[in-house]
Design a protein around this ligand. Structure first.
Ligand code: ZN
Length: 177
């Protein structure tokens, strides 16, 4: 019985993480770093968003922040108590701050972020008892898929830059002839 219960919880997390991954893919289609988030309340997705930093030229247009903002507007309250935020990459300090301030109950993330993660990697703002709200954290849900999206994206950028450089070098070579 206990095991079954755990399985149900796990598969629900995977289900919603897949929705967050769909959002991340929308970001990728826009040439944005592929990060997606969905916010769930009472078993339903109430908001979904993806990273729009380049398109909006905004340092705060992160998937989590956009999903939280949208959920607050939709529910008519800044308190998102009893909600769970699913995000493909570990939240940064700004988003971890917004998670605490909006009283999100639980955060589930896929890949860890060694360069900015504030939900356990560099620090854990979500568990710090000096704040007046803490939130449960589950990490590593569909971690591989979430991480691969990111590494493939950055690889393609590197390849493109290499190609551009080669083309440019060829051009200069021809110019010299
Ligand atoms: Zn963020």
């Amino acid at each position: 019985m206990g095991d079954n219960l755990i399985n149900i919880v796990e598969s629900q997390d995977e289900f919603f993480m897949k929705e967050a991954i769909k959002e991340a893919k929308k970001a990728e289609d826009l040439n944005e770093v592929p990060i997606g988030a969905v916010l769930v309340m009472k078993g339903e997705i109430i908001s979904r968003a993806h990273n729009l930093r380049e398109l909006e030229q905004s340092a705060i247009a992160h998937a989590e922040l956009l999903a939280i903002d949208q959920a607050c507007r939709q529910s008519g309250s800044w308190r998102l108590e009893n909600s769970t935020l699913y995000v493909t990459l570990e939240p940064c300090p700004m988003c971890a701050g917004a998670i605490i301030l909006s009283r999100v109950k639980r955060v589930v993330y896929g890949a860890s972020d060694p360069k900015g993660g504030c939900a356990g990697t560099l620090m854990n703002l979500l568990h710090d008892e000096r704040f007046n709200h803490q939130c449960d954290v589950t990490k590593g849900v569909l971690e591989e898929e979430c991480g691969q999206l990111l590494s493939a994206f950055f690889r393609s950028i590197r390849d493109r830059k290499k190609l551009e450089k080669q083309l440019k070098n060829n051009q200069t070579f021809k110019d010299l002839q």
